[in-house]
Design a protein around this ligand. Structure first.
Ligand code: SAM
Length: 231
């Protein structure tokens, strides 16, 4: 018998497209969003007690990566995108049932709304459940993962003067740590591992309501070129 699940809410996120979202939560602490709960969970009773919790697990749907035919093997970016491994040994978005899970910081709780940071979720992501992080059970001191044993190496991020001024001013307007958000996300080096772009190639991604453009003056450095209002 098939089972069905329904979202308990949707995330309003700083990330408006998949490109340049960190590949796991906690990698960009300045990545913020609000989980807006649907009825009947928008009643304060449903979140009562959560103010005593610093982090929560979100179980959600990769709604922009759902596929009819499940893959058995995937090529995770972590392995350079050219080595395939079993889908269950990765956190790939293309997976049976399209379910994702992230530990995120809970900054503020009110009836119907949870303010979150350190997220890796696209705007509009449907959330299926929320569970409190339980440090004594969820933090496994002896755990290892030989495919992904430590956080990805960071790339150097530099700014053109005008881009930094634009980011400061849009950050003030949005009341968001936009400079930090861009720094933290681009330091993850969003380009696919196989791309070795020349300095003439421009990249872009949308954060909140602005488009960020950058290039690679050298293969180990990003330079942020401009921040412009999204159309
Ligand atoms: N922490 C989660 C997990 O382990 O299940 C997600 C890991 S997944 C590798 C992270 C990537 O999922 C992000 O970089 C972003 O590109 C993508 N993503 C985030 N939200 C999504 C959504 N709603 N639909 C499709 N892809 C999404």
């Amino acid at each position: 018998m098939p089972y069905s699940v329904s979202p308990i809410g949707f995330v309003r996120s700083c990330f408006k497209e998949k490109f340049a979202i960190p590949r796991q939560p906690q990698l960009a602490p300045a990545a913020r969003g609000v989980l807006e709960l649907l009825a009947p969970f928008d009643n304060g009773d449903a979140v009562q007690g959560l103010e005593q919790v610093s982090h929560v697990w979100l179980l959600f749907l990769f709604h922009q990566a759902l596929e009819d035919k499940p893959r058995l093997k995937v090529r995770p970016p972590r392995l350079g995108g050219n080595q395939s491994v079993g889908v269950f040994s990765t956190r790939a978005t293309h997976r049976p049932n399209g379910i994702g899970q992230s530990v995120v910081k809970l900054d503020k709780v009110e009836a119907g709304k949870l303010w979150l940071s350190g997220i890796d979720l696209l705007d509009g992501t449907p959330v299926l459940d929320i569970k409190p992080y339980v440090p004594y059970a969820d933090n496994v001191a002896t755990a290892y993962n030989r495919i992904a044993d430590s956080a990805p190496l960071l790339i150097k991020v530099t700014w053109q003067d005008q881009a930094l001024a634009q980011a400061h001013s849009h950050g003030q307007r949005l009341d968001e740590p936009l400079v930090e958000l861009i720094d933290q996300c681009l330091a993850q080096d969003p380009r696919p591992a196989y791309q070795q772009p020349g300095p003439e190639r421009r990249y872009g991604a949308r954060f909140w309501d602005v488009d960020v453009h950058w290039h690679y003056p050298r293969s180990d450095t990003i330079c942020v070129l401009e921040i412009v209002p999204a159309d």
